[in-house]
Design a protein around this ligand. Sequence first.
Ligand SMILES: [Ca+2]
Length: 106
Amino acid sequence: MNGTEPARAFGGATALLMALTTLLPAQQFEAPVLLTSGGAPIDVDIGHSAPFVTDWDGDGKKDLLVGQYGQGRLRVYRNIGTHASPVFDGFEWFRAGGDIARIWTN
Ligand SMILES: [Ca+2]
């Protein structure tokens, strides 16, 4: 591998993105919604959150995962509402091997 290969790969991805945005019809986002847990706005330690929605526990309702910069941890908010109207009441830290999992954040 030489020093130009990553640049070419990035350029290819950029070209693909440009092609997709040209070919696909304009998309509109829904109005923003403040997500709450236990009645309080969901927030993270030290900001820099990375939310992801998936059915974490396999019960058919999508849950909310939120990675955070603070201590490099991942919050798991299980949906106790419905698929159409999710409700969150607290979170648990993602664990691995019995310990709270984390990635190093400088
Ligand atoms: Ca679920």
